[in-house]
Design a protein around this ligand. Structure first.
Ligand code: GLA
Length: 760
């Protein structure tokens, strides 16, 4: 609900309020973002507004008319350089006369019906009635620029999305150096900034920094949203925990270079900005042209990190993920990559698929190695014809045989890339991002196709269209395996090279839009060397993304916990792989590998033909159990309990950071699945406790180990949540073997909870 009271604009979701006002000077003062507050119609909430008496020492008065106003010490909805504010700006542009000073003042505000589609970028969506839209237009009258600030209110998810559009209404070209998506100025600086950084196979490492002074930046310049710094970040209070306290979550619906900064001003206020990274960004706006910034997504909760995460999860599932697969149950998959790598042929794939079918898998995915002469990663990207040495009947032949086995068929592609050793490169050496005549820095022996060019986008659309219709294809894994270097497009002149990174993303979105539109029945999974492009932009087209090439259960538990702060588990691909694990060489029990993977979009990625009978039997049971419970896991509400990043103490003497608890509860709270996992066995301890979350406190549940054999009881939801369930744990020590230790290193337990029939 959007409420206007005079110059005050109050955006209410079910449980939160966001407010700003137009000041006498024409600037927008940010008033409040937090727990929902009541504002009477006709009664402006003046108490929230700053009262100006005099400017602080050594700052500048805004104008002769407003000498007591210094823009350096006001909470602003958007900020620019040159009129007194020296903090991170929202917009920065070089005008026709070379100046960089801008001053945007209120022109008009409009309430618009629903959410319109962006011209250039993907965005959130909502049915009419689900989303409110406020557009505030500001004008820089000195330089003829117009800035639209768009606010989208998703009341039932407690989410507000923001974006901006800058229009050049002057007679001169303008060089845009930055246009952010969100700016939120907080009154105090006592916040913790949490980011999710990492590298290949180490995605989403959570780091919390207590902000006290200066500036902290989370940004990517890899050309993708990146595993180095995911665009999802949080601001919380020092005392905030998983279930209590203020927490703000911020997302950006964008897949390229991004930037999130927090800055504490000299006057103790905290500014947060997020948007496209300004690094090396320069976009030329001719007279009459405009530029759209991606949507930023904001969620607030006073119920801790879990409260905020659940709001984000609901928003991503309802207003980002779309298409035929939005609500469809996802199939159990078997992927060929870690089973065979490049060493595939039809016979081997069919053997693998048959073993998958026997175990209960529903979808078989042929990963890399099937096209051109792709015997390793140095060749053939770009040559999207089946390698007849390996697949005599082509994609049509193998997909038909897999279908006949009763499995759906999926295929791997990496459409945005080309190897120098390929026909495509030989024919179109100018179709890549590289600087003509200069040495090129190579990644995985491949180069990036120049998707800023329309003819290259057309090639990708045409080539992929041919692959996707070359057989009975139900699933596509769309990969992208390198980061950008040598940013340069031969299709743009010198003055426009600062646009390459952004134009690439726009070109990619066009390809994805066309192909998902033409093949709506296909389940697309995004991938970027694992999680190097895990963001809401991709999720606007593909309903799931491969979370990490690291399938080690211990690492995966941590990586998936990291993602869960900003993303629902129902969008992240998670597979059981072989041990010793190919990334860490660690051996974890098969059941732990399964317990961790089944919380995501679940599958296997190992050579089932090599497994012994006992393991295959276990896998069969796992898949059978999963099919029974997957609806809870794929559509339920996810809660974190203790996590491996809970700080303090060594795991030898203290158990902090040694235990992980996850719970997923069905929307009607009839059923839940819980997991407790341990990093390392702790000597001389007797028991551990699992605490459920999110249950109906007053209802009685049957609680049992998945697959039977472990703990089993009936208890009220409150007892399971607040008291927990003590787990059996036999003791061994002092050389006495008093039974087997039930909880060794990397052990886990999986629990099913179901409301008792006839009870409340
Ligand atoms: C990337 C992906 C893997 C696999 C390989 C194939 O690394 O993340 O899952 O598909 O490419 O080359």
């Amino acid at each position: 609900m959007i409420q206007q009271v005079g110059n005050y604009y109050m955006l209410h979701t079910e449980h939160t309020t966001y407010g700003f006002r137009v000041m006498e000077s024409g600037h927008l003062e940010h008033l409040y973002y937090g727990r929902r507050i009541t504002v009477e119609d006709g009664e402006a909430p003046e108490a929230l507004a700053e009262k100006f008496a005099a400017v602080p020492g050594n700052t500048n008065g805004y104008s002769e008319e407003y000498p007591a106003l210094t823009l350096e010490d006001v909470r602003l909805e958007m900020s620019s350089y040159g009129k007194g504010d020296v903090r991170e700006p929202f917009v920065e542009a070089v005008h026709g006369d070379g100046s960089v000073t801008s001053d945007f003042l209120f022109a008009k505000a409009e309430l618009l019906p629903g959410k319109e589609k962006y011209r250039t970028l993907p965005g959130s969506y909502g049915e009419p009635g689900q989303v409110g839209h406020l557009c505030v237009t500001l004008a820089d009258r000195q330089y003829g620029l117009e800035l639209e600030l768009h606010y989208y209110v998703y009341a039932e998810c407690d989410v507000i999305a923001r974006s901006a559009r800058l229009c050049n209404r002057s007679g001169d070209p303008v060089r845009l150096l930055r246009l952010m998506s969100a700016q939120v100025d907080f009154d105090t600086s006592d916040y913790v900034f949490t980011t999710f950084t990492g590298a290949w196979a180490r995605e989403m490492e959570k780091t919390a920094i207590r902000v006290q002074a200066g500036k902290y930046v989370n940004a990517s310049y890899t050309g993708t949203s990146s595993n180095r710094a995911n665009p999802f970040v949080m601001l919380s209070r020092p005392e905030t925990s998983e279930d209590f306290g203020d927490c703000y979550g911020f997302h950006l619906i964008y897949s390229g270079n991004h930037y999130e900064a927090v800055e504490v001003s000299s006057f103790g206020k905290l500014r947060f900005v997020s948007g496209i990274s300004p690094q090396s960004f320069c976009y030329l706006l001719a007279p009459g042209e405009d530029f759209e910034s991606p949507e930023a997504v904001m969620a607030y909760s006073w119920e801790g990190f879990n409260g905020m995460s659940q709001r984000m999860h609901r928003f991503v599932r309802e207003h980002i993920v779309r298409g035929e697969w939005k609500r469809k149950v996802r199939p159990v998959l078997l992927n060929s990559w870690e089973a065979a790598y490049f060493d595939i042929d039809e016979e081997r794939l069919l053997r693998l698929a048959r073993a998958g079918k026997e175990a209960g898998a529903e979808l078989f995915v042929m990963d890399d190695g099937w096209f051109g002469t792709r015997d390793d990663d140095t060749q053939s990207l770009g040559d999207w014809q089946a390698d007849r040495r390996k697949l005599p009947g082509g994609v049509a032949g193998i997909s038909r045989k897999i279908r006949e086995m009763g499995l759906a068929f999926g295929i791997w592609v990496e459409p945005e890339m080309v190897n120098v050793r390929s026909r495509l490169y030989r024919e179109h050496p100018d179709w890549v991002l590289q600087i003509p005549g200069k040495p090129h820095s190579e990644g995985r022996s491949q180069r990036i196709l120049d998707l800023t060019r329309k003819e290259v986008q057309d090639f990708v659309i045409e080539a992929m269209g041919r692959v996707f219709s070359s057989g009975e294809i139900s699933y596509v894994k769309w990969d992208m395996n390198r980061t950008f270097t040598d940013y340069f497009s031969g299709g743009l002149d010198a003055g426009r090279q600062g646009e390459v990174a952004h134009r690439y993303v726009l070109g990619l979105y066009r390809c994805m839009e066309e192909l998902t539109g033409r093949f709506p029945q296909i389940l697309f999974e995004g991938c970027c060397a694992g999680g190097n492009r895990f963001d809401l932009g991709i999720l606007c087209y593909f309903p799931q993304i491969w979370a990490s090439d690291n399938t080690d259960a211990l690492c995966r538990a941590q990586i998936q916990t990291g993602y869960s702060y900003g993303y629902p588990m129902s969008v992240l691909g998670a597979h059981v792989s072989a041990c010793p694990n190919h990334q860490t060489m660690r051996t974890a029990p098969l059941r732990t590998r399964f317990h961790v993977a089944c919380f995501g979009i679940f599958g296997y990625e190992c050579d089932l033909t090599e497994m012994d009978g006992e393991e295959l039997e276990q896998i069969k049971e796992q898949i059978a159990w999963y099919k029974e419970w997957r609806e809870v896991l794929q559509t339920g509400e996810f809660y974190r309990g203790r996590t491996f990043s809970d700080g303090g103490g060594s795991c030898l003497s203290q158990r902090k950071g040694n235990i992980l608890e996850w719970t997923c509860v069905s929307a009607d709270r009839e059923k839940a699945v819980g997991m407790l996992m341990q990093k390392l066995a702790v000597p001389n301890t007797r028991t551990e406790t699992y605490h459920a979350k999110g249950l109906d406190a007053g209802a009685r549940y049957r609680f049992a180990s998945a697959g039977g054999g472990g703990e089993s009881c009936a208890a009220y939801g409150d007892a399971l949540m607040y008291g927990g369930v003590k787990l059996r744990q036999a003791f061994c020590g002092n050389g006495r073997q008093e039974g087997t230790r039930l909880f060794p290193d990397f052990a886990s337990e999986l629990y099913c909870m179901e409301k008792e029939k006839g009870k409340k």
